[in-house]
Design a protein around this ligand. Structure first.
Ligand code: ZN
Ligand code: ZN
Length: 252
């Protein structure tokens, strides 16, 4: 009996240890409609766990269990699970946490962006030193009014930074952008995968200074790489099986 216990302990030790190499614990408050509960949010490369004495709220999510991770600020994170919430007309259950000690650092943010199976909504851009390819002063249009900031276009991402309303700042990898358009010269619209009342959320920017005309093509290439590559591939007839397969399909 003792031997079994020993082996079990050993197995648990080895199973748990590699993950603890990159594991973050944050004391948090889980926000409810009425009284809140407190506990610890444990973030590892495999899962996010909410440990709390308030048993019915304790959860462990693998990343695939989360529909949306939203980092609103260094002190606020929101997790949307696929769990139904009957009383809320089957809206997916949202867990909103306030960080009580420490903060969601750029390392934690980077881990979440890397591990999440769906785009992470984050107001925290990872600290990098590369310069944007383009940038412009903009106004982020709200339903009423708006906030002022800077739109920056990088080779791998688009960033909106607002000192005026930091919680509206966003960082999108091109894969996080569903659609974008420039309906007028001084407009720039990004449709994201961020959920807002069940629909994707759009960010409309009014440019306060012009972007060069080719900035649009630059972003387009980033947002629609498959369209771009397909055209590029067709332009190179010698390029392998993909094309002959395409042709075969067309000829049939
Ligand atoms: Zn709770
Ligand atoms: Zn705004």
């Amino acid at each position: 009996m003792n031997l079994i216990l020993f082996i079990a302990t050993l197995l648990i030790f080895f199973a748990v240890n590699p993950a603890s190499a990159q594991s973050y614990e944050l004391p948090v408050e889980h926000e409810h409609t009425f009284s809140d509960c407190r506990g610890t949010l444990v973030i590892t490369p495999e899962r996010i766990e909410y440990k709390t004495a308030h048993k019915e709220d304790a959860r462990t999510w693998r990343y695939a269990d989360l529909r949306q991770i939203k980092i609103q600020s260094p002190n606020s994170i929101e997790l949307v699970s696929y769990e139904d919430q009957k009383r809320m007309m089957n809206r997916d259950r949202v867990f909103k946490f306030k960080v009580l000690e420490g903060e969601i650092t750029s390392e934690i943010s980077a881990l979440l962006v890397e591990r999440a199976t769906r785009p992470v909504v984050t107001s925290m851009a990872p600290a990098t030193e590369d310069a944007p390819a383009f940038k412009a002063l903009v106004k982020h249009l709200h339903r009423f009014g708006g906030c002022i900031g800077t739109l920056k276009v990088y080779p791998d991402r688009v960033v909106y930074e607002s000192e005026e309303t930091p919680s509206d700042s966003r960082y999108w990898r091109y894969g996080d952008i569903q659609n974008f358009s420039q309906s007028e010269r001084y407009r720039f619209e990004i449709v994201t995968f961020e959920d807002k009342f069940g629909g994707p959320k759009a960010y409309n920017f009014q440019l306060r200074e012009a972007l060069p005309a080719y900035a649009y093509d630059y972003v387009w290439t980033g947002v629609y790489p498959s369209k771009f590559r397909r055209e590029e591939r067709l332009a190179w007839p010698g390029d392998g099986e993909g094309i002959s397969a395409d042709r075969k399909a067309r000829n049939q």
